[in-house]
Design a protein around this ligand. Structure first.
Ligand code: ZN
Length: 455
């Protein structure tokens, strides 16, 4: 990260030095974005990212020690403005080892991941020889969306990581749409990082959500994803990727790469930045990029574990309520992530009538914003035994016996994939496929194509 000392005489906030006379300020990225470093009694070094956008009238740190702006006051004071950040938020390199790429702000109204990355790079930059093994790269996702604090401008950047779209932006000769440009730029950085990687390559994608609720981890259920994602002490959600097509993490998992995500909390909650930062610190250690023993990692584990104590460690998605902008979908007030719901419970209203819970479970990501196609999800806890059994089965050569199941046949053209006819096979067959590491790939009129995930 390039930060240059800023002359406060030209600063948009002339009161900065009076407010914090002992702190040092570095302008980073843009005239209205600052990294603040300070020594305090509580921590040897604290760093904050300050922007006019988040702090239009008053100067307050975005920090867990001093919760600065309540959600409502942030909204009232004009937090609709965004943050200006470059594509590469930071890059650190040490002895040969793993490469961890963290993406923040793939949705422009979810800046927590990008802000967290700025704080972490500022912290690591303050260290002499930060002790990094391999590479740690931080990327901003939808830069145009982040600048306007909008989820996206034309289309969802986390739904277009599809082979044909990527081929299109790589080969395009003419102008691209807004999100296509973002896709092309991110793809270039990620491809370069992958080509330069000498060890394991890991992509970690940090998001936020509109309604209240606990932070959680999202992963495509591969064993390599489990090995890292389960280290984050927050509920791990399996199966979201089966409901969403064209996500960044799906793109990498399909290529056999370890890639998973983190939902850090509500969009305008400053604690979402703290949680995003905590998750990245934990993954840095879990991936082997940072050595054990960093106090930030221990503190991060405590922060997330304390919040998640009463929640199941692993859940799976059993239902997605998809919506379009024409549905006039309105979630009823009072729903927060992981709140139990009962079958038939009225959850939302829409043009087509009341929307109810299809069965008992926990609600996930109730939608309280104008943009997006996911009304809510219903999840259920997964027992440890099934996780253990599935890890065991995936190491055994039992996939060849799948075609023996009723209603299951080998795919006529896709090697390794199976066609499940749900008129004959139903739920049990799907469960067996999930246990063996398959995902529902294509919906058919009477069933699914199940395809093997990455490792
Ligand atoms: Zn998001």
């Amino acid at each position: 990260m390039s930060t240059t000392p800023v002359d406060l005489g030209g600063c948009a906030h002339p009161g900065l030095r009076e407010l914090w006379p002992r702190k040092s300020f570095d302008r980073c990225f843009s005239p209205r974005t600052y990294v603040v470093r300070a020594r305090t009694r509580h921590a040897p070094v604290e760093s904050w990212l300050l922007t006019n956008a988040w702090l239009p009238d008053t100067l307050m740190p975005i920090s867990s020690q001093q919760p600065p702006v309540s959600t409502s006051s942030a909204a009232a004071s004009g937090a609709a403005l965004g943050i200006d950040v470059p594509r590469v938020l930071g890059r650190l390199q040490g002895a040969p080892g793993p490469t961890l790429v963290v993406v923040g702000g793939l949705h422009g109204n979810e800046p927590a991941g990008a802000v967290a990355l700025v704080r972490i790079f500022a912290r690591l930059a303050g260290q002499s020889g930060a002790g990094v093994t391999g590479r740690f790269i931080g990327l901003a996702g939808n830069i145009k969306g982040l600048a306007r604090r909008r989820r996206f401008l034309g289309e969802d950047l986390n739904r277009i990581w599809l082979p044909e779209r990527i081929a299109h932006v790589r080969n395009a000769l003419g102008p691209l749409e807004d999100e296509e440009e973002e896709l092309a730029a991110l793809d270039r950085e990620l491809t370069r990082a992958q080509q330069e990687a000498s060890g394991p390559f890991i992509v970690f994608d940090v998001h936020g959500f509109s309604g209240p609720g606990n932070a959680f981890v999202t992963l495509d259920d591969t064993l390599s994803n489990r090995a890292l994602a389960f280290r984050i002490p927050a509920p791990c959600v399996l199966g979201l990727e089966e409901e969403l097509q064209g996500t960044l993490t799906e793109h990498f998992v399909n290529a056999g790469i370890t890639s998973f995500g983190f939902e850090s909390g509500q969009l305008d909650d400053p604690r979402s930045v703290d949680r995003a930062e905590a998750a990245v610190w934990i993954v840095l250690e879990a991936a082997g990029v940072l050595a054990r023993g960093w106090p930030e990692v221990a503190r991060s584990r405590r922060l997330l574990a304390d919040e998640s104590r009463s929640l199941p460690p692993v859940v799976e998605v059993r239902h997605r309520h998809a919506i379009t902008s024409l549905d006039q979908f309105r979630m009823l007030p009072g729903y927060a992530g992981f709140r139990p719901v009962r079958a038939g419970e009225r959850l939302a209203s829409s043009l087509g009538g009341d929307v109810t819970a299809p069965f008992d479970g926990l609600i996930l990501m109730p939608l309280y914003q104008g943009q997006g196609n996911d009304g809510f999800f219903v999840v259920r806890p997964v027992r440890r035994f099934w996780l253990w059994l599935s890890a065991l089965l995936r190491r055994l050569p039992v996939r060849g016996t799948l075609a023996w199941l009723p209603g299951v046949s080998r795919h006529p053209s896709e090697a390794g994939s199976y066609v499940v006819d749900t008129r004959r096979a139903r739920w049990l067959a799907l469960q067996v496929f999930h246990l063996l590491g398959f995902r529902r790939h294509v919906r058919l009129p009477h069933g699914f194509v199940m395809s093997p995930r990455g490792r």
